[in-house]
Design a binder for this molecule. Structure first.
Ligand code: FAD
Length: 517
């Protein structure tokens, strides 16, 4: 397997994330690329496709499988040398109501309850027509994956994990997360490719949509050398993922910096550029969300998330306080709503927060860091760039970049609340120890998002539309290019990225795309 990275994705060093280094293959030499991908300039001549799918990932692959099974002549243009996209990295947590798995376990559920839950958790900030399409068809997608070998974890489905819980057990995933999904899908894709009903051009980056008379009629794609190839198609599906690995586009579209480097390197937002160039528009900027804070490997921006402190009170009650750059607390650290904790974090300067505690807490509290033992934690305070230790709070503040006067005042106020057993600022309940015994400790944490909030506007048939609502003929979109802002709204709603991506791809291929059968 080739593990070098294409030049345009090179800023995301493959060495930074092991799984990416192993799984993302792309060649840097155009000639080698063409040879490995098994195509040349000539093969493109005068070909016309019923369906061109830009991106062979979560949404694109089901669309290709079912489009090919309908007898259409289908082409996938895939920038990487491998199909799979974000499934290589995704946790692959899905939500679906009315599945066979639920029925086998005696769980009574319905798409309507799923819909109601999404509206409740998102506080009605989603695009309801898209959520409706997703939840009404999610069970069929999930059953299809299971028919093709997906084996969810034995205790699944569950109510939730790390996001607001659902009201019914409909949340499930396989032992390898997104890879478990890909393992179910990939053989089906390769079977269609082998039959000749599906063609995959790997290592080719779509750049532009071809238009005639206002309709989209094909795709212009680039090889590394800069050479362009044109592909004519009756229908084009943009399934090229989000923009979360493109910090500039991330900022331009969302208004927030991308602090994390943990998304698929090919999530460069090319589909957005192409859709906007033919009259599409974006939606969902107002719904920016960040996940629970992560401990980054460095202070770079963006940086690779390395681990996280367990800030989920259902798993571990907090002994520490969390402060912002002014040294002030900003949330009840034991607030049971992850959504409320995350919303408070987004409002902090640079979405940054510091855990602060003392030696007594260090000695008495259960270990709070994921995947580390105490020895590693002690070591981190000697050498890790975001772990700090000092004999005084003022010194700790200076080392960690927090305002010293603010931190001292906050700790004094927290200690007084702890002594009285009443936190009048945030109503925190779990306050087992004061913070007073040197040395003092701080851990810098970062809010970040692995996905794209902003999405391209589509109608209920997943046709890309202009801001006035008119569809752009011949152009469809599915997957992260629709943005979390449309499908999860202003809250992380479990499974509502990967499940709609798979489901919309499946529906488009099966019936929604106007394909010549
Ligand atoms: C770490 C992580 C964890 C996640 N966990 C979850 C989860 O548990 N549950 C959930 O619901 N969501 C989760 N998500 C989000 C979800 O996985 C993604 O939103 C979804 O997989 C994206 O699907 P997609 O088809 O839009 O994009 P992808 O699967 O990324 O597919 C896009 C494809 O297009 C290709 N491409 C890009 N540009 C071009 C171009 N110009 N030309 C040709 N090809 C191109 C890419 O190489 C890629 O193969 C997670 C995301 C990440 C990063």
């Amino acid at each position: 397997m080739n593990t070098t990275t294409a030049p345009w994705a090179a800023q995301f060093s493959a060495a930074e994330i092991d799984r990416r280094a192993l799984l993302i293959g792309a060649s840097s030499a155009a000639a080698g690329l063409a040879a490995q991908a098994g195509w040349s300039r000539e093969t493109n001549a005068a070909e016309a496709w019923d369906l061109i799918i830009v991106g062979g990932g979560t949404a694109g692959l089901p669309a290709a499988i079912f489009g090919a099974r309908r007898g259409a002549k289908v082409l996938i243009i895939e920038a990487s040398l491998q199909i799979g996209g974000t499934l290589f990295l995704s946790t692959g947590q899905m939500s679906a109501a009315g599945t066979r798995l639920q029925k086998e376990k005696g769980i009574q559920d319905s798409a309507q309850l799923h819909f109601d839950d999404v509206l409740r958790i998102s506080r009605r900030t989603v695009r309801p027509e898209l959520v409706r399409l997703a939840v009404d068809n999610a069970a069929t997608t999930f059953d299809w994956l299971m028919e093709n070998g997906l084996k969810p974890l034995p205790e699944h489905p569950i109510l939730g994990a790390a996001h607001e819980p659902y009201s019914e057990r409909r949340y499930a995933w396989g032992p390898e997360g997104g890879m478990s999904i890909l393992e179910a899908i990939e053989p089906l894709v390769l079977a269609e490719e082998k039959k000749g009903s599906l063609t995959i051009k790997r290592g080719l980056r779509a750049r532009e949509l071809l238009q005639r008379g206002g309709a989209v009629v094909g795709v212009r794609a680039e090889i590394d050398s800069g050479q362009m190839l044109d592909f004519e198609g009756r229908t084009v599906l943009l399934a090229s993922g989000g923009y979360a690995s493109n910090p500039k586009m991330f900022y331009d579209l969302s208004g927030y910096k991308q602090y994390g480097n943990a998304s698929y390197p090919y999530s460069q937002g090319d589909g957005y550029t192409m859709a906007l160039a033919v009259g599409g528009f974006t939606r969902g900027k107002e719904n920016y969300i960040c996940g629970s804070p992560r401990i980054m490997a460095s202070t770079d921006e963006p940086a690779v998330p390395e681990t996280r402190w367990i800030l989920f009170p259902e798993r571990r009650q907090p002994w520490e306080i969390q402060v912002n750059a002014r040294g002030q607390r900003y949330v009840a650290e034991d607030n049971p709503s992850v959504d409320e904790r995350e919303k408070a974090l987004v409002q902090q300067h640079d979405m940054r927060t510091w855990l602060v505690f003392d030696q007594a807490i260090f000695d008495a509290a259960p270990l709070g860091i994921e995947g580390w033992d105490k020895t590693r934690l002690i070591e981190a305070f000697k050498s890790h760039p975001v772990f700090y230790k000092a004999d005084t709070l003022a010194e700790l503040a200076a080392k960690s970049g927090v305002d010293a006067a603010g931190l001292q005042a906050t700790v004094a106020r927290y200690n007084s609340a702890q002594a009285k057993g009443v936190d009048t600022d945030f109503a925190r309940k779990h306050m087992p120890l004061p913070i007073q015994k040197a040395p003092f400790y701080a851990v810098r944490q970062q809010g970040m998002s692995v996905s794209s909030t902003v999405g391209i506007g589509v109608d209920e048939k997943l046709r890309v539309i202009r801001s006035g609502g008119m569809p752009i003929n011949g152009l469809y979109a599915a997957g992260e290019i629709l943005g979390s802002g449309q499908l999860m709204g202003k809250s992380a709603v479990g499974g509502m990225m990967v499940t709609p991506a798979l489901t919309f791809g499946r529906l488009l291929g099966q019936s929604m795309l106007p394909l010549r059968a």
